[in-house]
Design a protein around this ligand. Structure first.
Ligand SMILES: Cc1cc2nc3c(=O)[nH]c(=O)nc-3n(C[C@H](O)[C@H](O)[C@H](O)COP(=O)(O)OP(=O)(O)OC[C@H]3O[C@@H](n4cnc5c(N)ncnc54)[C@H](O)[C@@H]3O)c2cc1C
Length: 444
């Protein structure tokens, strides 16, 4: 039930905003205590994009989050709109690399031994997702999702006035040997099938794309259409400011439990109060499965923890995102700093961070860009919410009036507005522009 003081919020609905101040007015549905149209758990980039698209469609929406808007994983990521990143993680090339990567405790992939027994069922599904039939299905689904993702983001950047935060300078992936370059070719061929443009470069052309690279890099691939944003946290907050102007609201609260049925949904707050809504969206990132379990859905969500260090802007003049796939990290020039990081640690949601991983990537970055000043950085860890087939869960829960929007892994920033569009269509009872079968929550 709405009714306690902390549900009032400070934003006005768009209708209230248009009302002449002297005119008498009827109490709004919020003031009548009728509850929201839609409650969303999670104020990361996925939750706020779902909220924004629903607010644009005239729905009364409240986001519930225990920290704030884009304060967790969505705040510190590598800032890429990775629209050309269509390859599912579980593919043969990657599975072949696993033994080498696992041998280095601070390398691109690590699994704390104590967590292995809990992780095993997820790993088995991940392994199976790499077989060619599953792989092709995931690849086609991801390519369709990415086309929608690009169109939806460009539209929202314009509508929300945030397009100046977009950087369109492409990416440069780098290889240390002919063998590493040749191993990448099948992936590029797969991308070519989906009309993704790229150019292999070397010598002067490569040096012009990024001056100051160490000579160990013999070849590169330039992807001109790759985009990044000025800062993912600032972008998220700017999109949210637009949603608030449309009437979307935020409530600072930890949600302990959710319930739903034919007549609506309820979220139970840690302070013991309850809020009601007609419909509920779970967009709680790496913690979403815990709430889905309340509703009888068991979804194999794990987290791929990632690390980085954000250096001062002056650390090095990086021209575009640099990708070191063989080492599992990237360097992104942001408006607010130079971000060095990536890596995957399959270590669950409880274990404290191991910032030795951030330091290991920074040391490598210094070797790869010898002029880089590694001082003055801020270390960070985030929880990528990941399903074993590298596709998010987007669809209806088993219970009526509940929708799931989580599990975007490495691509949550990229796919946030497309997810918002798909969930909006489901909430409004409209036909989504994509076949949602590969993304359905019941696929496991
Ligand atoms: C190192 C790293 C680099 C990355 N780089 C990129 C990139 O370049 N491009 C890209 O597209 N993606 C990237 N990602 C992935 C991307 O950051 C994530 O996919 C995305 O942020 C997930 O967003 P989300 O909204 O689902 O989750 P989150 O941002 O984690 O938001 C979930 C929110 O739910 C809240 N919550 C959870 N449970 C509850 C509860 N019970 N009650 C109240 N609130 C709750 C949390 O407080 C949190 O604020 C990267 C990730 C990492 C770690």
């Amino acid at each position: 039930m709405r009714g306690s003081a902390n549900v009032q919020g400070n934003s006005k609905s768009s209708e209230e905003g248009r009302r002449p101040s002297s005119a008498p007015r009827a109490p709004s549905p919020r003031e009548r205590g009728e509850g929201e149209d839609v409650a969303i758990v999670g104020g990361g980039i996925i939750g706020i994009c779902v909220a924004t698209l629903l607010a644009e469609a005239g729905r009364r929406v409240t986001i519930f989050d225990r920290t704030g808007i884009c304060e967790e994983t969505s705040s510190g990521n590598a800032a890429a709109f990775a629209f050309s990143d269509v390859l599912p993680l579980a593919h043969k090339g990657m599975i072949k690399q696993l033994p080498k990567w696992l041998a280095d405790p601070l390398g691109p992939l690590s699994i704390p031994p104590a967590y292995l027994p809990k992780l095993l069922p997820w790993l088995i599904r991940f392994w199976r997702a790499g077989n060619s039939r599953h792989y092709e299905t995931s690849l086609a689904a991801q390519a369709g999702m990415m086309r929608l993702a690009e169109a939806e983001w460009m539209g929202l950047l314009d509508r929300s006035g945030t397009r100046p935060m977009l950087r369109e300078d492409g990416s440069l992936e780098l290889y240390e040997s002919e063998a590493e370059f040749r191993a990448s070719l099948s992936g590029w061929a797969a991308r070519e099938r989906f009309d993704i443009g790229f150019r292999h470069v070397e010598g002067e052309e490569m040096a012009a794309l990024q001056p100051g690279l160490a000579p160990r890099f013999v070849k590169g691939t330039f992807v001109p259409s790759w985009k990044t944003v000025a800062d993912p946290k600032l972008l998220g907050k700017a999109v949210w400011a637009y949603a608030e102007r449309l009437g979307a609201r935020f409530e600072h609260a930890r949600i302990d439990r959710v319930e739903a049925g034919a007549d609506g949904a309820a979220v139970m707050l840690a302070d013991g109060t309850t809020r009601k809504a007609k419909q509920l969206v779970i967009a709680a990132g790496a913690w979403s499965h815990l709430l889905a379990r309340n509703l009888g859905d068991r979804i194999p969500l794990e987290t791929e923890r990632g690390y980085n260090t954000t250096l001062p802007v002056s650390a090095f003049d990086v021209k575009r995102q640099l990708i070191f796939s063989g080492h599992g990290f990237v360097i992104t020039p942001l408006e607010t700093g130079l971000r060095v990081g990536g890596a995957v640690e399959l270590g669950g949601i409880e274990r404290p961070p191991n910032y030795a991983r951030s330091k290991a990537m920074l040391e490598k970055a210094k070797r790869f860009l010898p002029g880089l000043d590694p001082s003055g950085g801020i270390e960070w860890m985030g929880f990528r919410p990941s399903l074993p087939d590298s596709l998010p869960v987007i669809g209806r829960a088993r219970t009526p009036n509940v929708f799931y929007a989580f599990g975007h892994g490495h691509l949550g920033l990229t796919q946030a507005v497309a997810t918002g569009r798909l969930i909006r269509d489901l909430v409004l009872g409209q036909t989504p522009p994509l076949d949602l079968k590969p993304f359905r929550p019941q696929r496991f």
